[in-house]
Design a protein around this ligand. Structure first.
Ligand SMILES: [Zn+2]
Ligand SMILES: [Zn+2]
Length: 209
């Protein structure tokens, strides 16, 4: 009888290691700048949020003007206060809804630029929102998303996150310590795990080897 157990365990272990490698790479290469991230949300999504807000305010203001019965009981005789109150409520709800809409726009574009299935991820995050776990969909997305391509440390050409070597200059993108074999960063002078001295990356190495 064959024993598929160990090989399945092996492949789960491998994909887990690969996933952790991707997460480490992302944390090393990707600085989070809020406005840069905000910038990838399509302009029409932002415009949609503003238009929906203005329409809601216009409807709310019209309703409290036309129908005093719709006002808060304490403000029934005060039109100005009623208008301010309805704008306040619409603004509070609007900020909440706009955050959701912008978040979906962000996930959609971010997934696309990372080569992930953007429609699938947008639906996943959206369908999680009404459940009791709410933004867990977004959290899962942020945890598992693929790293962005980044410039090769030696030749600056963009390299994919899953590349082991640069296709342009053969630079080792996952250098390891020659002594303890743990993953290190190109700029390390000494191994952070075993303190072995590391030679500076030499372009001749790649050609010679
Ligand atoms: Zn390169
Ligand atoms: Zn080492």
């Amino acid at each position: 009888m064959s024993t598929p157990g160990p090989s399945i365990g092996q492949s789960i272990g491998d994909s887990w290691n690969e996933r952790m490698r991707m997460i480490r790479l992302r944390r090393r290469k990707e600085a989070f700048r809020f406005w840069d991230e905000f910038g990838i949300i399509p302009k029409w999504v932002k415009a949609l949020c503003i238009v929906l807000y203005l329409v809601a305010v216009a409807i709310g203001v019209t309703v409290v003007n036309v129908d005093p019965a719709s006002r808060f009981p304490e403000l029934r005789d005060n039109t100005a206060a009623s208008v301010l109150a309805v704008i306040g409520v619409i603004t509070a709800v609007g900020i909440f809804l706009a955050a959701y809409i912008l978040m979906l726009g962000y996930v959609n574009r971010d997934a696309r630029r990372r080569g992930m299935n953007s429609a699938l991820w947008t639906w996943f995050v959206l369908l999680m929102l009404p459940t009791s776990v709410g933004i867990i969909g977004l959290i899962i997305y942020l945890l598992v998303r693929e790293p962005l391509p980044y410039p090769c440390p030696r030749c600056d050409k963009p390299v994919g996150p899953r590349f082991n070597f640069c296709p342009n200059c053969k630079c080792n993108l996952y250098p390891s310590c020659p002594n303890c074999k743990k993953e290190i960063v190109e700029t390390d002078k000494f191994c952070p795990y075993c303190a072995a001295e590391l030679k500076p990356a030499d372009p001749q190495d790649a050609i010679a080897s």
